[in-house]
Design a protein around this ligand. Sequence first.
Ligand code: AMP
Length: 130
Amino acid sequence: MATIFSKIAAGEIPSYRVAADEKHYAFLDINPVTPGHVLVIPRKEVDYIFDLDEQDYTELMLFARRVAKAMKKAIPCKRIAVAVMGMEVPHTHVHLAPINSEGDLQFSKKTPLPAEQMQSIADSIAAEFE
Ligand code: AMP
């Protein structure tokens, strides 16, 4: 059975898309740790990131790097933080979150944003993606 993230990448479940290519999909986390929190996934269903083969792992991280660069241009922040946990959804996903201090990255304190704001953030990141 397809994971929820495969369904999102296939467009079967709606998402705030920020970037995509043949092998990857990037979209806003529905419950962001900071405004602009993005999830980057491989379209291939592999639960644990370190089970990806070397090529898929490298391509995923290079794609995430391109997304992070777009985020940095679109959202005023000091850094784009990177985290991988995968405790909730069994489909590899790289969290990218704009931060200004270490304390911003508290995954136990996430806050949903209004749909209009989510769409505007997604559009501004998508516009910077190269
Ligand atoms: P984890 O598996 O612990 O790395 O976290 C999974 C993340 O996926 C959480 O931050 C959720 O807010 C996020 N998430 C779950 N369902 C959706 C969805 N339908 N759209 C966007 N983000 C989601």
